[in-house]
Design a protein around this ligand. Structure first.
Ligand SMILES: O=C(O)CCC(=O)C(=O)O
Length: 193
């Protein structure tokens, strides 16, 4: 097994619709993810991922569902359902919407403990090409590699029930983090001095 050197040049999690709200019409967000009823009315938010070949997004799970849409290029996913969490080495590092993993898929040969755990996991492989959409159920662990220069859209969504339960918990945790009561020195949102 070889280490893999990822491309670090990557515009990831760009809130494109905040900068260019008119794009909402082109992206047809509501038709891709229609609300079946009032109770199903989703709060959605979207991020663009744009980069060359060989970008790597590390293993993590997100608390909302995600319709992942590939506009250009090809990406490969490995996905593991939530029942594989025992093998995913969840990290202590704080991230607002995600649980990160200590497993670094690009450096597995150097990670004996994590490799031993990861080898026990059962997951699936998915490949997305331009025009494909991949539904990633909430809390599904995944890691992503671009095989070609790519543009993708991650569309996350929560129903009112999920906002009231998972969303409220995430907000409380975020307050605790910003009040420096929780993981204040170990997070993805604050720069190290
Ligand atoms: O495309 C990528 O590099 C990462 C996508 C991802 O992790 C997500 O949408 O949750």
């Amino acid at each position: 097994m070889q280490s893999f050197k990822p491309t670090t040049l990557y515009l990831a999690q760009w809130d494109i619709l905040e900068k260019f709200p008119a794009l909402r019409k082109d992206l047809l967000i509501k038709s891709l993810w229609p609300d079946k009823s009032f109770l199903d009315r989703k709060l959605t938010w979207e991020y663009i991922f744009m980069g060359p070949a060989n970008t790597v997004t590390g293993l993590h799970n997100d608390f909302p569902h995600n319709w992942f849409c590939q506009f250009r290029g090809t990406k490969e996913f490995i996905l593991f359902p939530p029942d594989q969490s025992a093998h995913m080495c969840p990290a202590a590092k704080y991230d607002w919407g995600a649980t990160l993993s200590d497993i670094n898929v690009s450096r597995l040969p150097q990670q004996a403990r994590e490799l031993a755990s990861f080898e026990k996991a059962r997951g699936i492989y998915a490949r997305v090409e331009a025009g494909d959409a991949l539904f990633i159920p909430k809390r599904t662990w995944h890691s992503v590699v671009s095989r070609e220069p790519s543009i993708s859209l991650g569309m996350f969504g929560l129903t009112p029930y999920e906002v009231a339960t998972g969303g409220a918990w995430a907000t409380l945790r975020d307050w605790a983090h910003h009040l420096r009561l929780y993981a204040h020195d170990n997070c993805t949102c604050h720069e190290k001095k």
